[in-house]
Design a protein around this ligand. Structure first.
Ligand code: SF4
Ligand code: SF4
Length: 332
């Protein structure tokens, strides 16, 4: 069954970058220490910041991110803090290195998902993007997590360097015992913007001809697949998640964004000041969310105009969706 995941104010998603340090140097990494900070947040501070959303904790999901969040030695403590605050789900995103024996220090009752990143069905492609030896470390980490009884999801960031292997992921996902498969699209951000080896972003035609079909085939194997809609069909309504959903992207320097595309700029609408979640003065991302343009997403128009195309009269040929709008396919 395929459905567009509607935006909702009933659920809160807290994407919590607890540090920005990482052992890898992936080609498309979006972490930007100039904008996001270089510090590692102490567990007490993480707990206090998590409490800022605890009013809605029963409907809140927290995703711990980095950098590489397992580099944080107190990750098990903050997982338990999220649980004690009543968060409905806890996910740890990881590059697969699983530092500090994290699998021994948390349980499947405490962590709903370990979410691994793999960007190729083969060593050659994945390691060309994520670094030498990463494929083997990541796949063995996935198998160990499965053996310990954890639910495991996998994130594949599609780019011109790996879209040719997306199809080959289906049998690998089944073999690895993956429960959920998240296909992401590379944005012209971070290192991908300045890639010395050419454009990593795929065209609209390539995306539409490959991704939905592969997603269907993966779902046929009983794996739930989620991928960004990216381009709206003519009848699809445009909605900005900044106005009609509750997503918070927290960075260790205290910045809190509502829109991931804004994260490379000081446009955050909120900030933790003395551990209190405080609105930023205008102008900020929230002012952009109000703007209506025929191209759809304002931030895509500003930051990624190459995603757009126009007819001879200057009218956009299609609207670009909010980057948070997802399609989900479940079997049955
Ligand atoms: S694992 Fe994640 S944080 Fe680390 S370099 Fe790769 S993309 Fe960046
Ligand atoms: S990606 Fe565009 S539509 Fe989505 S929250 Fe950001 S500005 Fe709004």
């Amino acid at each position: 069954m395929k459905r567009t995941v509607a935006f909702s104010r009933d659920a809160v998603n807290v994407f919590f970058h607890i540090l920005t340090a990482c052992n890898l140097r992936c080609r498309h990494c979006y972490i930007n220490p100039e904008q996001h900070g270089r510090n590692r947040l102490p567990s007490e501070v993480i707990g206090t910041w998590l409490s800022a959303f605890s009013e809605k904790a029963e409907s809140a999901n927290v995703i711990f991110l980095g950098g590489e969040p397992t580099l944080h030695p107190e990750l098990p403590t903050v997982v338990r803090k999220a649980r004690s605050l009543g968060y409905q789900s806890v996910t740890i995103d990881t590059n697969g290195y699983l530092f500090h024996d994290i699998l021994d220090r948390v349980t499947p009752n405490e962590v709903d998902f370990f979410s691994f990143s793999l960007d190729g069905a083969t060593r050659k492609t994945n390691d060309g993007i994520r670094g030498e030896g990463v494929y083997d470390v990541c796949t063995s980490g996935i198998r160990r997590a499965r053996q310990r009884g954890f639910n495991v999801s996998l994130i594949y960031t599609v780019s011109a360097a790996n879209i040719h292997e997306l199809e080959r992921m289906a049998p690998l996902l089944e073999d690895l015992g993956i429960d959920r498969f998240f296909i992401q699209v590379i944005g012209i951000r971070g290192k991908s913007a300045a890639s010395p080896d050419g454009v990593l972003q795929v065209s609209r035609e390539t995306w539409l001809s490959v991704v939905p079909a592969v997603a269907e085939r993966v779902a046929e194997r009983g794996i739930t697949v989620t991928y960004p809609k990216v381009f709206l069909a003519p009848d699809d309504p445009f909605e900005c998640a900044g106005l009609c959903a509750e997503n918070y992207f927290i960075f260790p320097n205290g910045r809190v964004y509502r829109c991931p595309i804004c994260e490379d700029f000081p446009y955050h609408s909120l900030v933790f000041e003395n551990d209190r979640l405080t609105p930023m003065p205008r102008l900020n991302e929230a002012d952009f969310f109000q703007l209506r343009i025929p191209e759809g997403c304002v931030m895509n128009r500003l930051v990624q105009p190459d995603n757009l195309a126009y007819d001879a009269d200057g009218r956009p040929l299609y609207q670009v969706a909010c980057c948070m709008l997802k399609e989900e396919i479940r079997k049955g």
